[in-house]
Design a binder for this molecule. Structure first.
Ligand SMILES: C[S@@+](CC[C@H](N)C(=O)[O-])C[C@H]1O[C@@H](n2cnc3c(N)ncnc32)[C@H](O)[C@@H]1O
Length: 238
């Protein structure tokens, strides 16, 4: 692992400090920066997530839980991608949730939550209802949905990529294709909701979801600049 650097540069949002630069699981640079009061994560030079807003990452979870059948309690939530922890925090703060499993590819991202980054989402991994699994979600799904009766989730919320048409690693394309959707559906509890985060609308993906699920909602979440973020919610597998 490369050594962290403490190089600082002034910027419009405040001083920029590179807190860590390591080689990630995909072989490229994984970087944690503090910019003023905020934290940013980059992978292979691609922006992954920061702590400035998180509205749509939280909305993905809130809308999924709201869409569950009336009276559903002790809900189990699966979250793909820890990032800065906003989605996991939203799930843990919800009165209906008894358990949150988070699957995160990068061990370093998980480790960063032990330090100052963890404060942004209230150290989600320390909540006894939360389990953070260090794994590639694609492989994890294959195992979890394999032989036997799988553990099922009331809400499955995926935010591993910029969207179905802009994945951070090629292997993540499986999550939005037939095989991934089959596996995700197998892990869905009756009445459960499957949610995907995207930085833009992807009409072809919506079509795929409508072919497979009787109920599909497309939630647009306005952002300060540019096109709205989009959350796809799918339930009632056909
Ligand atoms: C956009 S961030 C998630 C943001 C998160 N919703 C939040 O509230 O902070 C994407 C995360 O997914 C992780 N990731 C990407 N591909 C993955 C995979 N195949 N399996 C597990 N985690 C993955 C990245 O390392 C990163 O931490």
């Amino acid at each position: 692992m490369d050594q962290p650097t403490t190089a600082t540069t002034p910027g419009p949002d405040g001083e920029t400090v590179t807190l860590a630069r390591v080689t990630g699981e995909t072989g490229g640079d994984l970087v944690l920066r503090r910019v003023g009061a905020h934290y940013e994560i980059y992978s292979n030079g691609l922006f992954l997530m920061d702590t400035r807003d998180g509205t749509s990452e939280r909305e993905m979870v809130r809308a999924s839980l709201t869409a569950l059948p009336r009276g559903r309690s002790r809900a189990r939530v699966l979250i793909g991608g820890l990032g800065v922890g906003f989605s996991a925090r939203e799930a843990l703060d919800h009165a209906r949730v008894s358990r949150v499993d988070v699957v995160e590819l990068e061990p370093q991202v998980i480790d960063w939550h032990e330090g100052e980054l963890g404060e942004a989402a209230g150290y989600v991994h320390q909540d006894p209802r939360c389990r953070v699994h260090n794994a590639d979600l694609v492989a994890w799904l294959t195992e979890a949905s394999g032989a036997g009766e799988p553990e099922r989730y009331d809400a499955i919320c995926l935010d591993t990529d910029n969207g179905p048409d802009w994945t951070v690693v090629e292997g993540n394309n499986h999550l939005y294709g037939a095989d991934g959707l089959d596996r995700l559906t197998r892990l869905l509890a009756p009445g459960g909701v499957l949610a995907f985060w995207s930085a833009n609308e992807v009409a072809a993906f919506e079509t795929v979801l409508r072919e497979r699920f009787a109920t599909v909602d497309v939630v647009e979440v306005p952002v300060a600049r540019g096109v709205p973020d989009v959350v796809y919610l799918a339930s009632d597998p056909r």
